[in-house]
Ligand binder design. Structure first.
Ligand SMILES: CC(C)(COP(=O)(O)OP(=O)(O)OC[C@H]1O[C@@H](n2cnc3c(N)ncnc32)[C@H](O)[C@@H]1OP(=O)(O)O)[C@@H](O)C(=O)NCCC(=O)NCCS
Length: 156
């Protein structure tokens, strides 16, 4: 089944819905973000000059809870060394529990890829934990995983 939803950039009126989903995302990872971090993230998402952006999935008219935000993809655009166009890194992807398995996650990623094609970004990339089976099931249907391995030095 495909949940009828519209993928779009968020606006100021989406704050409550986005925050509810963001809390769900933090809970999924078992982390807490101080309120000022969430406030600042939302401010940056709404500020087009910041490199942090988002897409949200909103249920469509005709669905029993039309107008609800049921998912988001937060992404950053950053410079890279092989050309003038920025590349896109999808930082966070989340779909509300009761909207999963209905194509929302796929729709968010496909919308981001489409936006990248339109804007001329050379790539869209993301990571996931190797044990995150639902996420990997979705990602493997979009693109084969690449062979790069991440190294991380924690500084904080
Ligand atoms: C991962 C996540 C975003 C997937 O969102 P979703 O809306 O449920 O995914 P979709 O319904 O678009 O799934 C698309 C495909 O992946 C497959 N898939 C998704 N979840 C699956 C699961 N739990 N088990 C098996 N396959 C799954 C579906 O079969 C579907 O295939 P199809 O398009 O051929 O039917 C969602 O489970 C989520 O928010 N999880 C918690 C946060 C998270 O893990 N985020 C990613 C961090 S990297």
């Amino acid at each position: 089944m495909t949940l009828p939803c519209r993928i779009r950039a968020p606006g100021p009126g989406d704050e409550a819905g986005w925050r509810r989903l963001w809390q769900g995302y933090l809970a999924f990872y078992g982390v807490a973000a101080p309120p000022e971090v969430t406030d600042e993230l939302w401010r940056r998402i709404l500020e087009p000059r910041e490199p942090v952006h988002a897409l949200v999935a909103e249920t469509r008219l005709g669905f029993f809870s039309a107008g609800q935000l049921v998912g988001f993809a937060n992404y950053v655009l950053h410079a890279h060394t092989l050309g003038p166009q920025p590349v896109c890194y999808m930082e966070d992807l989340f779909v509300a529990d009761d909207a999963r398995g209905e194509g929302v996650g796929r729709a968010l990623i496909e919308a981001l890829i489409h936006k990248g094609r339109v804007e001329g970004w050379p790539r869209v990339s993301w990571h996931t934990h190797e044990a995150n089976e639902p996420a990997r099931a979705l990602y493997d249907k979009i693109v084969p995983r690449d062979p790069f391995i991440r190294y991380k030095v924690k500084l904080k």
